[in-house]
Design a protein around this ligand. Structure first.
Ligand code: DOR
Ligand code: ZN
Length: 338
């Protein structure tokens, strides 16, 4: 059995820099038409020169693949309209991190005072620059995202013209918020559709499934699965594939992040099939919804998957993927692009 996906998009991806970028960029660039690239480098990507230079390094790393890196800046409250106008054509979105909440987010936002954020966020709304948000407070780890919903609501009502993307949502509370505000959208990862906290820490600790936000309860996963499988029009696929070297994951003080880029399409196809979901919904979740929400037209890429066992490699250039060593039921057969 074969199945064709058209121009898949990953609306939340960590490509890193330097050697890691060269080691892992291909995994996304081969099968995806494009991806929204996270700016949490050290130092974060927060000016025009850096974003242009980072995009060039990505293009260099992907070699001959047909792939568009949709660039982002790391949100700073002091971005003003003049700056944003000058950088508008270089970026697709701006990513806001609460200070210190995850990998390389120390320079993020604290307090979420609407008046302090107003100049930057109003200018973004005017220039139609979406705001992508890592929505977690610094409360108890299982409650961080649900606690952040009130901040989403505050931002969504104070800036009704601003497109706000709730990144990598993990809870039913976030899904409920989506339908309360026209300007809230969301990305969902693969791992949050498949695992709960039990898979991370219920038995032997699984460092390669440890990420931020941490996987939650079965009822949260069910709620996520429902909107993904139904291709809820405000929900898009964003892998949050976040590679770390094996030694940084299998360590005391394990780095947060699940590496899913090389298995993403195979796993999603299997998941949608298992749930008897229409192929149109998978196509909408993996590309159509993102095209509409972001207003992007991706490079044409036809990915043909076949129902043939695929053994996930133990490592990709020193990075351990999700499902390492396990068998998936779909393989990528052929990619037609250009
Ligand atoms: O698990 C995560 N890893 N969550 C994030 O928000 C950041 C990411 C990373 O950059 O490693
Ligand atoms: Zn991320």
């Amino acid at each position: 059995m074969e199945l064709t996906l058209l121009s898949p998009l990953d609306m939340h991806l960590h490509l890193r820099d330097g050697e890691m970028l060269h080691n892992i960029a291909q995994a996304s660039a081969h099968t995806f038409s494009g991806a929204v690239i996270m700016p949490n480098l050290v130092p974060p990507v927060s000016n025009k020169e850096d974003v242009v230079a980072y995009k060039d390094r990505i293009i260099d790393a992907i070699g001959n693949e047909n792939f568009t890196p949709y660039m982002t800046l790391f949100f700073k409250p002091d971005y003003d309209k003049t700056f944003l106008e000058s950088v508008r054509n270089e970026i697709t979105a701006i990513k806001l991190y609460p200070a210190g909440i995850t990998t390389n987010s120390e320079g993020g936002v604290s307090g979420f005072d609407v008046e302090e954020l107003r100049p930057a966020l109003s200018a973004m709304a005017e220039l139609d620059i979406p705001l992508c948000v890592h929505g977690e407070t610094n409360g108890f780890v299982m409650d961080r995202e649900a606690e952040f919903v009130s901040i989403y609501e505050k931002l969504a009502s104070a800036f009704p013209k601003l497109k706000i993307i709730m990144e990598h949502i993990t809870t039913k509370e976030s899904i409920e918020a989506l339908d309360r505000f026209d300007n809230l959208y969301a990305t969902i990862t693969i791992h949050h559709l498949l695992i709960t906290l039990d898979d991370v820490a219920g038995g032997m600790l699984q460092p390669h499934l440890f990420c931020k936000p941490i996987a939650k309860r079965p009822e949260d996963r069910e709620a996520l699965l429902k909107v993904a499988l139904n291709a809820h029009p405000k929900v898009m696929f964003g892998s949050d594939s976040a590679p770390h070297p094996k030694h940084a994951k299998e360590a005391c003080g394990c780095a947060a992040g699940v590496f899913t880029a090389p298995i993403a399409l195979q796993v999603l196809t299997e998941l949608f099939e298992k749930n008897n979901t229409s192929f149109e919904n998978l196509q909408a979740f993996i590309s159509g919804n993102a095209q509409r929400i972001y207003g992007v037209t991706p490079i044409y890429k036809k990915v043909i998957l076949e129902k043939k066992s695929f053994k996930v490699p133990a490592e990709y250039n020193g990075v351990v993927p999700m499902y390492a060593g396990e068998e998936l039921s779909y393989s990528v057969k052929e990619i037609i692009d250009g």
